[in-house]
Design a protein around this ligand. Structure first.
Ligand SMILES: CC(C)(COP(=O)(O)OP(=O)(O)OC[C@H]1O[C@@H](n2cnc3c(N)ncnc32)[C@H](O)[C@@H]1OP(=O)(O)O)[C@@H](O)C(=O)NCCC(=O)NCCS
Length: 175
């Protein structure tokens, strides 16, 4: 990564906050009228990317999406609200947290339905890594997420190394 590819001005988590609201339509659901898991992951990816773009101010790609707990179903006609912000910036990568709520439009009841952590990597128009600005957490919640993001990165790296070793061990075997 050359000095020319640095993008140094520090930013705050608040400056990356992003939000998206969707109404759940028949095309988004399974035959029981519940939101499809893959569709929810798509919305999570998009909302996460918005925060990453606001931090990096360059192209970003999704490098990883940590496991997602689908806490409760989302129904046809619900309003889905997704909120995201960058938890921590590393060198070219950023961890983004996304939280999702569903609102029943008739009763007004709002429930937390899913949360996820994603890693986005900043690249230029030729696909080369770009250094992202420093992220400076300000509030106690932002500082907690900042600290937790480092632990999750260490866990991801260990898991990735374990999977790589497993692939090498099983390469060449019958499926
Ligand atoms: C993500 C990608 C750009 C990383 O490129 P790479 O040459 O493997 O880069 P490196 O190994 O040097 O890692 C670069 C950064 O990405 C991070 N990274 C790479 N793979 C990762 C993974 N699986 N999970 C989390 N972070 C990852 C590294 O930790 C590193 O972060 P840092 O610079 O902040 O320390 C590349 O793997 C890629 O293009 N993947 C496909 C992305 C894609 O198509 N996404 C879906 C559509 S947007």
């Amino acid at each position: 990564m050359s000095e020319a590819k640095r993008n140094p001005a520090a930013r705050t988590p608040a400056s990356t906050q992003s939000e998206m609201t969707e109404i759940i339509l028949p095309n988004d659901t399974n035959i029981l009228g519940n939101l499809l898991g893959g569709r929810l992951m798509h919305f999570i990816d998009l909302t996460g990317a918005m925060a990453a773009y606001r931090h990096a101010r360059t192209h970003v790609v999704t490098a990883a999406m940590d496991h997602i707990d689908f806490i409760r179903p989302v129904h046809l006609g619900d309003l889905l609200t997704l909120k995201s912000s960058v938890n921590r910036a590393f060198s070219s990568s950023m961890e983004v947290g996304v939280k999702v709520w569903a609102e029943n439009t008739r009763t007004g009841e709002v429930a937390h339905v899913a949360s996820a952590y994603l890693v986005f990597v900043a690249i230029d128009e030729r696909g080369r890594l770009v250094k992202v600005p420093e992220l400076r957490p300000e509030t106690p919640d932002e500082q907690r997420r900042y600290a937790d993001a480092l632990r999750r990165r260490e866990h991801r790296e260990a898991e990735s190394a374990r999977r790589k070793a497993e692939r090498q061990e099983t390469a060449g075997r019958e499926p």
